[in-house]
Design a protein around this ligand. Structure first.
Ligand SMILES: Nc1nc2c(ncn2[C@@H]2O[C@H](COP(=O)(O)OP(=O)(O)OP(=O)(O)O)[C@@H](O)[C@H]2O)c(=O)[nH]1
Length: 369
């Protein structure tokens, strides 16, 4: 549950980051674009430089933060968030100050109309970009616009500007809250679809009763391992495991106990399938398979014997009752090559299994040519 929350938070943060990056690039160049075409730079070189350099370097810091996101986030998500928010507020602070100057300082009058346009575009753009975290988005909007409103109230003759910006602030904030609800809704739908996709993928390869791989997945993996083993000249072994007298078991104890017994056997097979390349699967009914990429020539035989004994010595218990159960195992090993069909391995282990059944059950038999 905690892991799931962490994953969701990370997705939200990464979305926040990618939505903000366009703004970061635009902010780096925005103020020079506002200043130079209107000769503002010549009129006010000092002010222009301070704002332009401030915006530019904050953008550079945000880009560096972006580059180190993976490492930083892994180290501490909180620290990542703190830096993201601080740098973002830094941009908002510089812009907020710029808006105050543009509206209330006479020196900015030549670019007032451009500034008003920029104020509209930047504040609505910033709210939309930061929608994944609406509270932060509103804080950012406040840093952008509230200084202009406060300054307008203080400097009486500019009160109409303050009123206009206040109305604009309220409007964008409301639109932001509304869009945030839509964002959350679509985010939840996306999560739900992801979960369903994972569940479907899981169903596609896991056996619903025993919770180990199903036959479809085994077939795919067999082909992969066959290819791999033939390239590396390794031997591939298959244990075909069949529960002894399972029909009688079902008839005696009922199908539900039979089901539980299959789960119990699957668990033991899974315990024995220790290596990463070992593949345990339910082959069908009361038959299981264990595919082994061999290191030693008689390794599969040893594993089969360990498994047979382990099942024999682990009667399974329900409601305090003990139910003895045994298996017969047919083992076959092949050196895969492109000329041999992988089904040959199944056929050989089936022949060995038949022998084990025929010779009295609870036995391991090896296929020999
Ligand atoms: N409870 C339960 N039984 C199953 C399941 N799948 C197959 N079976 C039963 O497994 C039994 C297999 O019977 P058989 O093929 O005759 O094999 P057996 O009785 O084990 O005989 P041998 O293999 O020769 O020892 C059948 O009764 C099936 O109904 C399952 O998912 N749950």
């Amino acid at each position: 549950m905690i892991d799931k929350d962490v994953t969701i938070q990370k997705r939200i943060d990464m979305d926040l980051l990618s939505r903000s990056m366009t703004g970061v690039v635009v902010y780096a160049l925005l103020i020079p674009v506002v200043f130079w075409p209107f000769d503002f730079y010549q009129l006010q070189p000092m002010l222009s430089t301070i704002f332009a350099v401030g915006m530019f370097f904050t953008s550079i810091l945000r880009m560096i933060h972006r580059v180190f996101t993976e490492r930083l986030y892994q180290y501490s998500a909180k620290l990542w968030r703190l830096l993201f928010m601080s740098l973002s507020l830094c941009h908002a602070g510089i812009l907020g100050a710029f808006f105050v100057f543009s509206i209330y300082d006479e020196r900015f009058t030549p670019i007032l109309h451009v500034t008003m346009l920029a104020m509209g575009g930047i504040s609505s753009g910033a709210v939309v970009a930061l929608i994944p975290r609406i509270k932060f988005s509103l804080v950012n909007l406040s840093v952008l616009l509230i200084p202009s409103i406060v300054a307008g109230v203080i400097i009486n003759e500019k009160l109409p500007y303050a009123g206009m910006i206040a109305v604009y602030f309220g409007f964008i904030a409301m639109m932001g809250v509304r869009s945030s609800k839509e964002y959350i809704r679509s985010f939840e739908i996306e999560l739900m679809l992801d979960e369903q996709k994972n569940e479907l993928e899981r169903h596609g390869k896991i056996d619903a009763l025993t919770n180990i791989y199903n036959r479809g997945y085994f077939n795919i993996e067999l082909e992969k391992q066959w290819e791999y083993a033939s390239r590396l000249n390794l031997r591939l072994s298959l244990l075909l495991i069949d529960v002894d007298h399972f029909k009688a078991f079902n008839d005696n104890y009922g199908h539900l106990i039979g089901d539980a017994c299959l789960v119990h056997i699957a668990e033991i097979i899974n315990q024995v399938a220790q290596r990463e390349t070992d593949l345990a699967a339910r082959f069908g009914g009361e038959e299981f398979v264990l595919l082994i990429l061999e290191n030693d020539s008689d390794e599969a035989e040893k594993i089969a014997e360990v498994l047979r004994k382990k099942i024999e010595n682990s009667p399974f218990h329900v409601d305090g009752k003990s139910f003895p159960v045994t298996v017969s195992i047919g083992v076959a090993s092949i050196q895969p090559s492109h000329n041999i069909d992988s089904r040959q391995l199944i056929e050989y282990s089936d022949l060995a299994l038949y022998k084990a059944k025929h010779e009295g059950r609870n036995l391991v038999k090896i296929h020999t040519n």
